[in-house]
Design a protein around this ligand. Sequence first.
Ligand code: F6R
Length: 241
Amino acid sequence: MKVIHCKSYEEMSDAAAKIMEEQIAKKPDSVLGLATGSTPVGLYAALRRDYAAGKVDFSKVTTVNLDEYCGLAGDHPQSYRFFMQDNLFDHVNVRPDHTFVPVGTAKDLDAEAKRYEKLVASLGYADLQLLGVGPNGHIGFNEPAEELFLETHVAPLTETTIRANARFFNSEDEVPKRALSMGMGTIFAARRIMLLANGAAKREAIKALLTKDTVDTKCPVTLLHLHQDVTVICDDEAWPL
Ligand code: F6R
């Protein structure tokens, strides 16, 4: 595991943008696994900046997002589809029909999970998968549990995650209680994984990842030890050592 300790959020975001842009330069038709939330906002801003400066070309890229809230349509301001349009897709030359996010309003959510898993598999999984981490160690919406799902599935959100994500909604009650999420197998099929963490709330999860020599399904991020190409990029507040 490669670990990059950055001084600030901006430095973390620029380091992540550099890795993503190098990936696209090396393989213009890369499949990028993308994440939402507050962590990658700076990364997406850096990608928009570098696209405007002619430094990166998304024309052949395909994107697959990790997750989507159940019940939220793509035009709902808190949906992850909306987030991706707003933060990246509407500002760069990625083909709209090459961007994939699970459909949270599907009538049959289990069927949608299966369709999405097949789709990601048919693309050959991600060349580079971006991850954030929850304060409780979740990745995607693979929440701490005795057992973790391998494939894309309907995931109940834990109380901790509902509370953490309430900041984006008017109240905790409005936070969807379930999400469609790639499973650990979907994520781990990526050739390379890049995990970003900023802020003190992430320190415990990053500490578990960097200091323990065991893996624990009750802290899903620790399973990253089992992947052979992981880069962790932390800002100073999240740095646990
Ligand atoms: C988002 C996702 C989540 C977030 C995590 C951290 O697509 O899969 O696992 O990465 O909840 O969220 P933030 O970045 O808002 O702290």
